[in-house]
Design a protein around this ligand. Structure first.
Ligand SMILES: C[S@@+](CC[C@H](N)C(=O)[O-])C[C@H]1O[C@@H](n2cnc3c(N)ncnc32)[C@H](O)[C@@H]1O
Length: 191
């Protein structure tokens, strides 16, 4: 049975392959690289071609890339292989998430929102583990698909009992590819 989101994202990655493969790891990750461990397990959730996961793997972490797009994960595996890096990848629909408990030192969730993952990420992190989010927030001019956009303060509230190392919300300028939207960033450590 085909999944419409999987088909849509597979098509998008087929058409925009170079665009995604040429991207750099997200600045939030590289700016806070000093916080990242160089061993243990990391999850790159909704990884796409796993630019961020491969960055974590190069630091020494054992990385699991999960995404609904089989095609994107194939590109991720090929890229990792070319670089001589081990990357585990699995096709998963994170709208119905399950993860093993107390399993990861680091979880990154970039440019993806599925609220069902919040409680699962919380359980899946080991004590002392880091959750790193860089995800879009609602903008007054952007009315489409509110389920894909955080409310102001929502992310912080969802991890308020963690040690918050970094939190910010900002408005992004609209571009050819995207309408007005905001961005929330969070780095927090599980107690
Ligand atoms: C904007 S891309 C972000 C990719 C990557 N995290 C990054 O920062 O470049 C959103 C990703 O979410 C994935 N995705 C969308 N819906 C999903 C779902 N229900 N379960 C898992 N992945 C999903 C898409 O395939 C895509 O790779």
């Amino acid at each position: 049975m085909s999944n419409p989101a999987a088909m849509r994202w597979d098509d998008r990655y087929r058409q925009e392959k170079e665009f995604w493969l040429e991207r750099e790891p997200r600045q939030l990750l590289t700016n806070y690289a000093h916080l990242l461990p160089n061993e243990g397990r990391a999850l790159d959730a909704a990884s796409g071609v796993a630019i961020n996961g491969i960055y974590l793997a190069r630091l020494g972490l054992k990385v699991f890339a999960l995404d609904i797009s089989e095609y994107a994960l194939r590109l991720a595996k090929q890229r990792a292989e070319t670089m001589g890096i081990l990357l585990e990848a699995a096709v998963v629909d994170l709208s119905h998430p399950w993860l093993p408990e107390a399993h990861f030192e680091v979880i990154v969730n970039f440019h993806f929102l599925e609220r069902a993952t919040f409680s699962i990420y919380r359980k899946a992190l080991k004590p002392g583990g880091l959750i790193i989010f860089d995800t879009f927030t609602k903008h007054p001019k952007q009315k489409d698909a509110p389920e894909y956009y955080l409310d102001p303060g929502e992310l912080l509230k969802s991890f308020q009992d963690y040690e918050v190392i970094h939190y910010s919300e900002q408005e992004l300028d609209p571009s050819e590819r995207h309408p007005e939207r905001g961005l929330a960033q969070l780095i927090a450590r599980k107690p």
